[in-house]
Design a protein around this ligand. Sequence first.
Ligand code: ATP
Ligand code: MG
Length: 228
Amino acid sequence: MTIFTIDQVRKTFINGEVEEEILKGVNLSLREGEVTALVGASGSGKSTLLTIAAGLQPASDGAVLFEGNNIAKMSSEQVRKIRATQFGFVFQFAHLVPFLTVEEQLMLMLEVSESKINKRKHKKEINKILKLVEMDHRKNAYPSSLSGGERQRVAIARAIIHQPKVLFADEPTASLDSKRSKDVMALIRNLTKTLSIMTLMVTHDEEMLSFADHVIKMSDGQILQSVV
Ligand SMILES: Nc1ncnc2c1ncn2[C@@H]1O[C@H](COP(=O)(O)OP(=O)(O)OP(=O)(O)O)[C@@H](O)[C@H]1O
Ligand SMILES: [Mg+2]
């Protein structure tokens, strides 16, 4: 089922006197249970598109429909609420809080995400998700004692602990070696399928494309071709 539609999205920035069009009318439709990878040269507009889809910045024109509702027309409070409850985020670096244990990172996320999960069930839910990402044996560890791949697995757990419908990932494997990158991508793909999440990710790494259901190539603010 299509849960996300990006319709004729444009984005312009004013750089000094010059107006630059960074996205030039992008159309996409994204389904739950599928991983879509955005690829393309540096500066082609991948992160801009991802952050507009995620409601982190507004489009200059066009519609961003999440479950049929246009995020582009919502108040910032409405968008914030959708982000907090329905979206999860993973970036190049895990950005874990250094003085919190793995379990506490997830606890914090459950608190700020206004999750519907009953407070008494938080620990149980955290255990369940940590098992899914194979980090339950390290729940009392601090980030400094984890490897890069383990930190990224915790970041993924944190991105899905509040049961979002959508996962946005901007170069989630860019700081990892080839073996760990594949493990992280296999995990993202697996979670997308088992939890019926819609995943939109940006990657530079050709090796990661085999984990995607769709590969969308961007060039100079436009979708060049949709591979697969
Ligand atoms: N807030 C902004 N103000 C002005 N220009 C911006 C802004 N954000 C992005 N840009 C410009 O838009 C273009 C696209 O940026 P974007 O970050 O989307 O590229 P990208 O495809 O993600 O590149 P990379 O692969 O290097 O991450 C770049 O030229 C960038 O400088
Ligand atoms: Mg980028």
